[in-house]
Design a protein around this ligand. Structure first.
Ligand code: MTE
Length: 321
């Protein structure tokens, strides 16, 4: 499918994968119902205005050997072509509906608990104090068949997790997004089970590639990208990269993610990028890099095979999709 642009040169909802294909029937009907009842989501007809990249706030970021050297996706695309169902299921809904999110009058609190010796509830500022911010340029491959290259700002997930001192029962890490249907009108719909939940195996979480982003393009994250902090797991499909996190829990049993609950036959726990394992309704062998005309081949583990393939030695990746 050809990349179509509107008058402002902005990407439109249907540029990459037909929405009917990537939303299952229940979600599609739910979106229609949401629009029909007019639940606090403004019209989808108006386009997102051009959002200029602000002057970088962070100029002395550490650089990373894990950073990709490919051309960066344009700032405008990164902040206006999003998936954040708490703010609507259209690609432009998150940019339009997060202008007041997160609520700056309240400090953002994060709970870290479960199987660990130092659980706690922290203000994000306190949580970040001992951590050094760095830039990580990662490829992001969405399960819908599009990809971007994003210069994230943040810190390694392992550095955060180690502060809580996980114990020997901590086999997995579960992440929750904020649950607040007033601030997140999409949570008034049944499109997914809320709050949005994701999980990683502890060794995946501790892998040096796993990252918590608090910014991009040298600035703090905007609401649509998961402010004030979100996960980035670049070798997995983008839906594993949970946004606006309020809870990190060490658990013994494999967590059930929102997508596994919604459509277990389509979304598994691992969700590693794999061109040889098709989604039941479309191939994953190629992808559209946003901003490019021709599709490119999708790489196993999104090109991060060297760093992560050892995590899956002996596992049947078709079975553990
Ligand atoms: N996190 C929450 N809480 N809610 C969501 O709907 N969407 C996921 C992921 N994280 C999502 C989420 C999906 S499907 C993708 S592809 C990425 O966020 C998109 O991140 P981006 O909008 O910053 O590109």
């Amino acid at each position: 499918m050809q990349i179509k642009k509107n008058k402002l040169g902005l990407l439109k909802d249907h540029d990459v994968t037909d929405e009917k294909l990537y939303l299952n029937r229940r979600q599609f009907v739910s979106k229609a119902a949401l629009l029909a009842t007019g639940i606090a989501l403004p019209s989808v007809a108006s386009a997102v205005p051009v959002i200029e990249a602000p002057e970088p706030k962070y100029t002395d970021l550490l650089t990373s050997p894990f950073s990709a050297t490919e051309e960066l996706t344009k700032y405008q695309s990164i902040v206006s072509y999003n998936n954040f169902y708490e703010f609507g299921v259209g690609k432009q809904d998150p940019a339009k509906n997060t202008t007041q999110f997160p609520d700056k009058s309240e400090p953002w609190r994060v709970v870290i608990d479960g199987e660990c010796d130092s659980p706690g509830e922290y203000d994000l500022d306190d949580l970040m104090k001992p951590l050094s911010l760095e830039e990580r340029i990662y490829r992001l491959r969405c399960v819908e068949g599009w990809s971007m290259v994003i210069p994230w700002v943040g810190f390694s997930l392992a550095d955060l997790l180690k502060q809580a001192k996980p114990n020997s029962k901590a086999k997995y890490v579960e992440f929750n997004t904020l649950y607040n249907p007033q601030q997140m009108p999409g949570q008034q719909s049944t499109v997914l089970q809320w709050p949005y939940v994701e999980g990683l195996r502890i060794d995946e979480a501790m892998n040096p590639l796993s990252f918590i982003a608090t910014g991009l393009y040298g600035n703090d994250l905007l609401g649509q990208n998961g402010a004030p902090l979100r996960l980035v797991v670049p070798w997995k499909y983008g839906f594993k990269s949970i946004k606006s996190i309020t809870q990190v829990r060490f658990v013994e049993k494999q967590p059930k993610s929102s997508w596994m609950i919604a459509t277990p036959s389509e979304y598994g726990f691992y969700s590693n990028v794999n061109p040889d394992v098709s989604h039941p309704r479309w191939s994953q062998s190629r992808e559209r890099r946003i901003g490019e005309f021709l599709k490119r081949k999708t790489e196993l583990f999104n090109g991060y095979k060297e760093q992560v393939s050892h995590l899956y030695t002996g596992m049947d990746l078709k079975k553990h999709f």
